[in-house]
Design a binder for this molecule. Structure first.
Ligand SMILES: Nc1ncnc2c1ncn2[C@@H]1O[C@H](COP(=O)(O)OP(=O)(O)OP(=O)(O)O)[C@@H](O)[C@H]1O
Ligand SMILES: [Mg+2]
Length: 240
């Protein structure tokens, strides 16, 4: 597929070894690695509510593993607000939905070598009928076929308050990384989400506490928890 570079590209970790981000990613990479020394891993990233930083952490984790020399695929499973490609500054004409519908071959949709060792399987906003395909056996088969081709597959999913996709996808994955924006969710909400994942038999690798500054304060999120319900509505309507 032709890669059109747009101006949206965000800043990502590029192996600058001394930054705070680089250090945090090293810790995350090592912890997940030792959690399960398994080849061809599939790891789900999710959170409770929108904007806690799932996509940022998932993409940076994928990048940090790719930099270490492993072959990585980042899959945008957020079919309501697919954005993985635009975070990397790329515009797409087809996404995973076209593969699940049988309209496109997987090799025509995967964005190869976004960075060295890093491919992306992007998504476009999916209609309801494709949503069923997405969470059904077709997706399972797709991941099964891709598993052998990558050392690591990272699934970036929507927040659990919006949809339970991550719970379903966790059944096809080896583990789940739970992203938690500091001071953004209540303990009760966290426990409810954990319960949902536990009931599905998900293997929760651990929690990444995000959006915290070096002194232990959150930033930019004060009041967010109480006033972001309209955002959920936009999200559910498929706002892009
Ligand atoms: N550790 C961080 N440092 C600075 N900015 C961050 C950090 N994590 C996330 N952000 C910013 O917070 C915003 C939300 O992040 P992101 O899109 O990764 O969240 P998300 O949980 O995937 O959201 P959604 O639920 O909408 O998919 C983005 O603008 C991102 O750049
Ligand atoms: Mg996201």
């Amino acid at each position: 597929m032709d890669k059109q570079i747009s101006s949206e590209r965000k800043m990502f970790f590029k192996g600058d070894q001394d930054s705070h981000l680089a250090e945090s990613l090293r810790v995350l990479r090592t912890n997940i690695h030792f959690m399960e020394e398994k080849e061809n891993r599939i790891v789900v990233f999710t959170s409770t509510i929108p904007r806690e930083g799932k996509s940022t952490i998932a993409a940076n984790y994928a990048m940090s593993v790719a930099i270490s020399g492993e072959k990585v695929l980042l899959v945008d499973c957020d079919i309501r607000r697919p954005r993985a490609h635009s975070s990397f500054g790329i515009e797409i004409t087809h996404g995973m939905g076209s593969v699940l519908l049988g309209d496109k071959k997987i090799e025509d949709v995967i964005l190869k070598d976004i960075e060295e060792n890093l491919d992306i399987l992007p998504s476009k906003h999916l209609s309801q009928n494709v949503t069923e395909l997405f969470l059904g056996n077709k997706m399972k088969d797709l991941l099964k076929a891709l598993r052998g081709k990558y050392d690591l597959i990272v699934l970036d999913t929507p927040p659990l308050v919006v949809a339970t996709d991550a719970v379903i996808l966790s059944e096809y994955a080896d583990g789940v990384v739970y992203v938690c924006g500091y001071d953004m969710v209540s303990k009760k909400e966290l426990l409810q989400s954990k319960d949902m994942l536990d009931r599905a038999g998900a293997n929760i690798y651990g929690i990444v506490v995000n959006k915290i500054d070096k002194r232990g304060y959150s930033y930019g999120n004060y009041g967010y928890y109480n006033n972001n319900y309209s955002y959920y509505e936009e999200y559910i309507k498929g706002d892009k």
